[in-house]
Unconditional design. Sequence first.
Lengths: 286, 226
Amino acid sequence: MYALRQALRAIRKNWIASISTLTTMTLSLTILAGFSLLSLNVNLNLGELQNELELAAYLSRSADPQAVLETVSGWGEVVSAELVSPDDALENLITELPYIERPSAQVNNPLPYSLYLRLSDPSQTARVGEALRELPGVDEVEDGGEAVETFLAINEALRLIGSVLIVVLLSSALFAIVNSIRAAITARRDEIEVMRLVGATRGFIRSPFLIEGVFLGLLSALLTLLLVVPGYSFIALRLSQTLRFLPLERDPLALAQLSLLLVALALLVGLVGSAISVSQYLQEDG
Amino acid sequence: MIEFRHVTKTYPRTHTHALKNVDFTIQKGEFIYIVGHSGAGKSTLLSLILRRVTPTEGSVHILGQDLSRLRSYRLPLLRRRIGMVFQNHRLLPNMSATENLVFALRATGERGNLEHRALLALRQVALAHKRKAYPVELSLGEQQRVAIARAMVTNPPLLLCDEPTGNLDPDTSWEILELLNDINIKGTTVAVATHAKELVDQLRRRTIVLRGGQVIRDDETGGYSL
Ligand SMILES: Nc1ncnc2c1ncn2[C@@H]1O[C@H](COP(=O)(O)OP(=O)(O)O)[C@@H](O)[C@H]1O
Ligand SMILES: [Mg+2]
């Protein structure tokens, strides 16, 4: 409790330094949070895409549909394969486009057997599509592979930028803490000297600084949430109004997890930063 | 209480031989002067007792403990049993006399009514009426008395003073010395490093004389002659 009071006193006393540390940390965490939300949504879209994406193969008239179905079902990447007969395909088409019902009754059904596949991993789409094309009895393949490819590339780029950002932002937050605690140690040099002389334990001398670091971390995490939570809600609302089809992460559990992760990260940065300062600038003089 | 066994201290960075083969014992309850010119090794000797430095050769035994075997996490416990006073009082300027003492008590992990204990200690040095004064509001002699009160507030069995009268005029110095003598009479072992000839000659006590890091004299009622 004494250590906590000391830490709070130090923050109040050096409020200008504290504010600059808080600003740096909050900014870093806000960018990180914004970026995490972006990645989260890109992943969500990718997942959605994966669910919606089907490989469609149209069989030639001469093919044996059951044989093709069996071969394809045996492939490891294929989660499900559905064979649709020409009659069913026509019926589906008529449900979607009712005005073709009458004309279609005038002619023989022109539709082939079609095969719809779902894959376990959307990045395999192009490869499986290729294999499908090679299969005897397959006339035509629609794989929508380009869209997936683009999406995957974006995701990959995001991941790369993300790693760089995490390193840069976390180290700037860390340095802010290290500096702030170093200043606090310098400001209390005389007190520390007296404490050592009268026989204060290492823990007693160090804990106020560690608490100060953790506290700064916590405070900046809370400030970040204060910025990001309403900010994201607003952006999500606007997007859902203009781009209705776009799936957005609204799951409270996922968002709570992200917030918790952010707080934990901030606490960790605070603790590690102050621990670095304390071990660098509070060397035991013996 | 204090035992130096063939202690040599060489500061490695400057290769200064601060103490050479120093060997003596101080019993519980003694009052002892450590005298010598500036640079003779007085402060180094006191620093060895506090284990702020470690001997290059030989061993130091304090309160029954061999300091070379003292684990560093136990060092604070040693320091709590030794009061220390410097020439410069080293009071914290932003704290009143009471607060300075409470700060020391708290740093040693003491609990309870610390203000009351601080007041008792200030009464011992006859400064209870200045308990709310900040260091700048006290005379040099009063500052030094508060520093002594701070060193004694935890009732340590041993009190070390490094040139406690170095900044003071003769009369005030004498008051401080009388105070240290009182503390000694009440049972605390007191070691005073000084080069104040008048004091050492006036209040005759055991005197260890250092020159160039060596003990050149160790007399029961020595007086000051180098
Ligand atoms: N931390 C140190 N590093 C290097 N040399 C030191 C250090 N402290 C003291 N000395 C040297 O050791 C010698 C004894 O110094 P000191 O113990 O301070 O003497 P005194 O207190 O009697 O004046 C001096 O020559 C001084 O320069
Ligand atoms: Mg000295």
